[in-house]
Write a protein that binds this ligand. Structure first.
Ligand SMILES: *Cc1c(COP(=O)(O)O)cnc(C)c1O
Length: 427
């Protein structure tokens, strides 16, 4: 019915208005550039392109093929990878493809524990379980907020996993994979790095370089620190032809029928923009996260890892038990137009997911909006007024709206002479 359409449009308009007046800090989100956004409403959205360029199951893909080939080339170049697949429609779908390629009920997989920051797709109740496996989890060092190298080395040599998976959704510091390289080689594992959160930092050369550290395959979402469309990617230096073939066929027909052509094209633009602006952006993301961590620490927050500079990524993990827990904190912040999420901390039980000890903050979207270190101090003060001082969120909200007025538009992307930029004025 027409009223329903009106209702939906009205809600989306309200959402746009709300977010344009908010401080967005969810570590898995970002804003796409106007040039990439434009492609999401292109006719590519309406088409099918099963298979690979030059070997499709439908006609009509002449230009789609050219875009897919170019996007794949850009991905290989940006990550210096021998192999790239730009078809997975999300990070989880890319993960399912790797699990299909190398996993199975008779196979062994090791991973970070969910409460230590791993993603649900690496749990027995997620995609790993779908493949009939249950992960053996690495020992985790709370002070370092990272896997314990010695314990993990011993565990890998003992278990000899078919797949050794690394990477988290609370990803503060690079994983010490290089230090495990010899053990992983001895175990004969397929080494897999889930870069969903840190893909844009890796592409900017500012985090770690997994493919040079003994990793065979990288998966990722393309909409977290990589500021692209909701989509996924798979990158690899396959160890042999069999590996390459398995990865190829696992994406299609393994876990995909059609892929999302509009998002794939938008990913191509994002990768091209990242080649030009990625390094500068990634540097500022990390500087902003560290500045926000410092400012919050100075205001009494138990920001994790103060001795290590809080973070080397876009993410901060903050223990807010003394302020009533993560659930309470983020709900009050939301009332003040500060958007973030509650998060499990390594000592939390997975069952406490509804009111865990922590909150997780990301600096990547604030960076895209043009914020620098001095603005992080202002953000920290606004958060403190709600969470520590218990000021009325409605009152703080007025100041958030005022603060946000200085930050319109998207940075670190093409602008001048680009028609799309004029169309999306709400950005
Ligand atoms: C976000 C995330 C994913 C899944 O990404 P989607 O694109 O939402 O499917 C996978 N792994 C990790 C570590 C993540 O943080």
């Amino acid at each position: 019915m027409k009223e329903d359409v009106e209702f939906i449009y009205e809600q989306v308009d309200k959402h746009h208005d709300w977010f344009s007046k908010s401080i967005p800090m969810i570590a898995s989100e970002n804003i796409i550039s106007p040039m990439a956004r434009e492609l999401l409403i292109s006719d590519f959205h309406d088409r099918y392109a099963e298979g690979a360029p030059g070997a499709r199951y439908y006609q009509g893909n002449i230009y789609v093929d050219r875009v897919e080939i170019r996007t794949e080339e850009l991905a290989k170049k940006l990550f210096d990878a021998k192999y790239a697949d730009v078809r997975p429609i999300s990070g989880t779908v890319a993960n399912m493809a790797v699990l299909m390629a190398f996993g199975g009920p008779d196979k062994k997989i090791t991973s970070v524990d969910v409460s230590s920051g791993a993603h649900i797709s690496s749990a027995h109740f997620g995609a790993v379980g779908l493949r009939g496996m249950s992960p053996i989890t690495y020992p985790f060092d709370l002070d370092e907020m990272n896997i314990d190298v010695d314990g993990t080395r011993k565990m890998i040599l003992k278990e000899k996993p078919d797949i050794a998976l690394f990477g988290q959704s609370v990803f503060l510091f690079p994983t010490p994979i290089k230090e495990l390289e010899d053990a992983l080689q001895e175990a004969g594992s397929h080494v897999w790095y889930d870069a969903a959160h840190v893909l844009g930092l890796i592409a900017g050369g500012e985090f770690q370089d997994p493919l040079r550290e003994g990793v065979e395959v990288i998966t990722g979402s393309t909409h977290k620190t990589l500021p692209g469309p909701q989509h996924g990617i798979l990158l690899a230096n396959p160890r042999d032809e069999e590996s390459r073939e398995k990865l190829f066929w696992s994406v299609f027909p393994g876990v995909l029928s059609n892929h999302h052509l509009h998002a794939m094209a938008a990913l191509g633009v994002t990768l091209a923009e990242h080649m030009e602006f990625g390094k500068e952006y990634a540097r500022q993301v990390i500087k902003n996260a560290q500045a926000l961590g410092q400012a919050m620490y100075e205001r009494g927050f138990d920001v994790m890892c103060p001795d290590k500079g809080f973070t080397e990524s876009h993410t901060l993990a903050i223990d807010v038990r003394k302020y009533g827990g993560g659930g309470t904190a983020v709900e009050n912040m939301e009332k003040a137009n500060m958007i973030s999420n509650k998060n499990l901390m390594p000592w939390d039980d997975v069952d406490s997911a509804l009111n865990p000890s922590g909150i997780r903050l990301g600096s990547q979207e604030l960076t895209r909006l043009g914020m620098k270190e001095s603005h992080m101090v202002e953000v920290a003060e606004l958060i403190k007024r709600v969470v520590v001082d218990r000021e009325s969120p409605e009152k703080v909200k007025d100041d958030v709206v005022e603060f946000r007025k200085d930050f319109k538009g998207v940075h670190y992307c093409y602008k001048e002479g680009m028609p799309a930029h004029e169309r999306f004025t709400f950005l």
